[in-house]
Structure formats: structure tokens, C-alpha cells
Write a protein that binds this ligand. Structure first.
Ligand code: PMP
Length: 350
């Protein structure tokens, strides 16, 4: 604590990202990254010429990437906003839409950055408890609110909501922004991007950190009605008008163009997830139904102890010392070999 800190900074409880330790031979299943490298086309675009062009500022409007996304999702570039990872897009969205007199609604168990942004931007938060089976029930969300945000699938539960339920929510909640954080949507859910032309208060946020394997590049985006995008642009251009660097934009474009590679990685992750789920169940774990690239699984014994034991075997998983989920481990889906090793170690230690 320093005397020079502002009151807001004194009160903050910053988000704690998963560890990125430098340990040889580590099996890293703690931050939901892709176990596969980005599209091979990324190599081709990060070439000498791209490096030579780094002396120039990037396109402040990321027009190439916006056009790529617009074509992909069947919208116009005016419906697209891009930023440095979806965390930045979320932060700008909180400023643009959720600094309201009424509280922002989100699930009690969800991405913990939402709470941090509320503190940072002075937004009142109202947490709506998940049902006993860890699902979101939109009937629990009052329409008298300053906005609604939730991940689909939710994190860290991995449980998804069908598109029809999201549309029902949008029909009911018309006066404030509904932000669907689709960080994990590609692993089994259906994107709400197809609804933005009909619901002017819907903002869909996605990332290239998971299914596109570019976590190290920091690229995220939002799709929504033109006026929502304009709101985000106003905030961005009051803060940092060059969001994507040249290399990130070039890599992001080809990551979206290489649909075949994207699908093959996604399908492998899904198949490995189903295999891992069965193995964990055979070992006595309760595994929540996952539509993501991770599972939330409850071992028969103490979860924190098991996480520590796995770490001794150079396997890193995520443990949250938080109400309702402190008996669970969040396990990212790695390669087949990594998950086989996990199961082998679990069999030996349980
Ligand atoms: N939303 C959710 C639900 C997440 O789990 C993450 C990853 N920590 C993010 C957003 C942010 O991802 P990124 O900033 O890498 O795009």
C-alpha cells in the first residue's frame, strides 16, 4: 500500500491469472490454452516484410481483420470491434455500457474478471446464483438491471446455454446490454452472432486465445449492432486508438481464413474431452457436462491436495479456493498424450 495510490487502486482486488511457470516437461492444463500450435499459415505472414513494416503504426481500424470477421459471421465491418484479447474488449464494454446507476447482473460462479472490472469502473454488481446443477437460469435475471453479462459456455463450469434460451432472454431484456462472452463457444456451443441484426442490445465477444491458438498474440473481438460498436469505438479512441499491432492483425486474419485447420484442432479437442471425461468418471470424479476446452471435475478426495500432488508430477491444473467450486478442479483439455499421462498419474495417486 502506498500513500500515492488513489482510493480506487487501494480498494482493488486484481484478477489473478493462471500461472505460467518455466518448468521443463510441464503438462500445462491450467489456463485453457490450445494444446496445438496456431495455423501453419501464421508462419508465412510473420515474415521479413512484415517485420520491416513494424516501423509503421498499424491500421487504427484493423480493417482487414474486421472484413475477415464480417465475412465469417455474415455481418458488416461496422458490426465488428477488435481489441487486445477479449479481456480488453470486455473492459472497454464495461466502460461503454455498464457504468449505469443500476447493477450489472452476472452468475455467482463465473469469469472472475467481471467482478474486478466492476470494482475498477465503480459498477454495482449483482450476482445471480447458478442453480444446484450449476446451470444458469435466465428466469432468475430481473429486467430491472444495468446490464447482463455471462460466458457461454460458462467458465469455470464449462456448461453451455442453447441459443434459443439466449434469444428468450433478449426478448425479455430489451432495455440494457446483454453481453455474451463466447471465449469457449467453438468447442460445442452455438454463437449468438447470428442474432445481432435483430437485437440492438446484444454484444457477442470472442477471443482468438482458445480455439485459434493465439493466446500469446492477444486478439479478441466483439460483434454487435452498429451503435454498440460506435460506443466501443468512442471509448477505444479515448484510450488507445491502435489496438492490434501489425503482427497480431496479420496472424488473426489467417487464423480465420484457415477453416480446415481450425476445425481439425477443434474436433481433436472435443474428442479428447469426451475421452478424458469418461476416464475421470471411471476414477470416481463427478464431471460437469462440458461444451468447452476444459472440464470442471470433482474428485472423491480433497481437490486442493490433488492439485498439489499433480503439480509434484509436473501436471498443472487450476484450483479455485472459492465458494461452491472449492471441491473441484478445472482441467484444460491437452493433447491425447497429455491426457493419457494425467490419467496414468491419477490412477497412481488416488
Ligand atoms: N472470457 C473468459 C470466460 C475467459 O475464460 C477468458 C480467458 N481467461 C477471457 C474472456 C479472456 O481471454 P483473452 O483475453 O485471452 O481473449
Amino acid at each position: 500500500m502506498s500513500q500515492f495510490w488513489s482510493e480506487v487502486v487501494r480498494q482493488l482486488e486484481p484478477y489473478v491469472p493462471g500461472e505460467q511457470p518455466q518448468i521443463d516437461g510441464l503438462i500445462k492444463l491450467n489456463t485453457n490454452e490450445s494444446p496445438y500450435p496456431p495455423s501453419p499459415r501464421v508462419h508465412a505472414v510473420l515474415d521479413e516484410a512484415a517485420i520491416a513494416r513494424l516501423r509503421l503504426y498499424p491500421d487504427p481500424n484493423s480493417r482487414r481483420f474486421k472484413q475477415t470477421l464480417a465475412d465469417y459471421y455474415g455481418v458488416t465491418p461496422e458490426n465488428v470491434f477488435v481489441g487486445n484479447g477479449s479481456d480488453e474488449v470486455l473492459a472497454l464494454s464495461f466502460m461503454a455500457f455498464f457504468q449505469q446507476p443500476k447493477p450489472l447482473l452476472f452468475p455467482d460462479i463465473t469469469y472472475s474478471f467481471y467482478k474486478v472490472y466492476c470494482q475498477l469502473f465503480g459498477i454495482a454488481a449483482q450476482k445471480i446464483p447458478l442453480r444446484d446443477d450449476f446451470t444458469i437460469d435466465f428466469a432468475d435475471y430481473p429486467t430491472d438491471n444495468g446490464g447482463i453479462i455471462f460466458p457461454n459456455p460458462n467458465a469455470p463450469t464449462a456448461i453451455g446455454k442453447p441459443l434459443a434460451d439466449i434469444e428468450t432472454l433478449l426478448q425479455r431484456n430489451t432495455q440494457t446490454v446483454v453481453l455474451v462472452d463466447e471465449a469457449y463457444i467453438d468447442f460445442g456451443g452455438e454463437t449468438a452472432a447470428s442474432l445481432v441484426n435483430r437485437y440492438p442490445n446484444l454484444l457477442v465477444v470472442q477471443t482468438l486465445s482458445k480455439s485459434r491458438a493465439l493466446a500469446g498474440m492477444r486478439v479478441g473481438f466483439a460483434i454487435g449492432d452498429k451503435q454498440l460498436i460506435e460506443g466501443l469505438d468512442r471509448v477505444k479512441n479515448s484510450f488507445n486508438s491502435y489496438p492490434l499491432d501489425r503482427l497480431a492483425e496479420a496472424a488473426a486474419v489467417v487464423a480465420f481464413e484457415d477453416e480446415t485447420y481450425f476445425r481439425s484442432c477443434r474436433d481433436k479437442v472435443i474428442a479428447t474431452r469426451e475421452w478424458t471425461t469418461r476416464q475421470l468418471q471411471e476414477l470416481g470424479f463427478t464431471v460437469l457436462p462440458s461444451q468447452a476446452n476444459f472440464v470442471l471435475a470433482q474428485p472423491t478426495g480433497d481437490a486442493a491436495d490433488l492439485a498439489a500432488t499433480l503439480r509434484e508430477h509436473k501436471i498443472l491444473v487450476r484450483y479455485f479456493n472459492a465458494p461452491r467450486i472449492d471441491k473441484f478442479l478445472r482441467i484444460t483439455i491437452g493433447t491425447d498424450e497429455e491426457m493419457e499421462r494425467l490419467v496414468e498419474v491419477l490412477k497412481a495417486v488416488i
